[in-house]
Design a protein around this ligand. Sequence first.
Ligand code: GLU
Length: 548
Amino acid sequence: MDLKKLASALIPDDCLIDPAKYEEIYPPRKLPEGAQVTRLAPSPTGFIHLGNLFSALADERVAHTTGGVFYLRIEDTDLKRKVDGAVESVIRSLKYFGIKFDEGAEIESKLNVYGPYYQRRRAEIYRAYAKKLIEQGLAYPCFCTEEELDEVRKEQNAQKLITGYYGKYAKCRNLTEEQIYSNLDAGKPFVIRLKSRGDASVKHTFHDAIKGDITVTENDQDVVLIKSDGIPTYHFAHAIDDHFMRTTLVIRGEEWLSSLPIHIELFNVLGFKQPVYAHTSSLMKTEGETRRKLSKRKDPELSLDYYRSAGYYPEAVVRYLLTILNSNYEEWERKNPQADWREFKFRIDKMSRSGTLFDLDKLSDISRTRISQLSAEECYKFLKGWVDEFGTEADKLHFADESYVIKILNLVMGTGGKKRRKDIERAEQGVRLIDYFFDDTFKPQYAFRFDQKTVNEVLLGFAALYDPSDDNSAWFAKVKSIAAQVGFAAEMGDYKANPAAYGGSVSDIAEILRIAVTGSPNSPDLCTIMGILGKERSIARLNAAVRL
Ligand code: GLU
């Protein structure tokens, strides 16, 4: 058969260049010895998940600790799954967690010479290579319809055979020249398939950078390379792209292990050097007695948006993922609690080989610890970031007053002193903590434990005495004087010695003031709160709780 003629009949584009030229267009990268080129290659489905961040973190670490490159490639061959804005959302989500690409789709970089980084824009390269494989007798057209393929599948299932297009089931593999041209003349749609030379009874040892030596069976499936609409399959496109984008290390989920034999054969027939593969184990969660993979349908925590909208501290998510990526990370962090996580020496070969347990409680715990260690300015920045995207209009207004909010955070989060608050794991909890400092969100439900007459006397009495320039002890002396004025014990000792002699104690007076000013019997230091609120607002609150 005249294969050159066949290739032109199947792929008539005469503008295609000699595929060998791509070697010049995309020359090997000039990088230091040992530098690794890694990539994240998501489909633009709009759903960016924890698994993506998990791999991206490994990709980014490996590339950046070896002086290499980490790039973003969009695998958009399946248009049905394409969602507008998905690419920006990948970039934004990863950036939120501190992961940046050096080059790739929508990344501004002078390094972008290995693009286009959208597979749909690379059709010519795939077609040029498909054409070459046809000329070499390594690929052929297949005219089987969906119905015919279904029949074959049923027959294979009935005989408990491996399903697929191989051996005697690869009906179009041996079509005669006449049959092919008559199908083409009849306008029958066709796909281009690999003419596999593999033998499924042969096994090889393959070195995976995470899993170590594994056994792989040779591929014998005549997989589709180019679909009937001219678009390549993932298998074909990724092999060509990883070669010409000069990827040295492919980190991807272990669900791709079953396709590895196909990929090995593709690299061979294309004459490309295979990159190193590293298959990450799936993220699992425990459910009762069993473990299962995190699922998109059942587990909201699989989506990266979950962490952003719930307001976990982004670095806590990264640090948590590092603990499950490398088992020695935790110990390193214990020894270097304040060090930047980027200083940790990440090792791909230290990654877990089988199911990685994802523990949201542990992540929350890390988030609480990290938030508790923030300075007021850092805390403000973190909370404001959440507010800008997810907060109410009131939250946005509140956070517009940076110096006021920072003063509040110093007090409520303890960021200004040693007693730091350690129970805030998500931004929203922090944002709600400051609501009562603003009149529009201060909605007190006064629950005084004393008769209103006493309450009024305390409130009005203290309002008359309050002076914002008083220090803590002068302020407290005034609280004591009000206690004495309403027949409460000014000294706790006196009250404890003879409670019946008093209406209450100085601490009850403070509670009345606290409820009036903050709406709650529990709050941080009241004198400081009043100082932050300012004289006018403090006195207005004392007055507002008076009932005649
Ligand atoms: N597009 C594939 C995915 O969405 C990429 C797999 C790979 O990293 O090679 O998972």
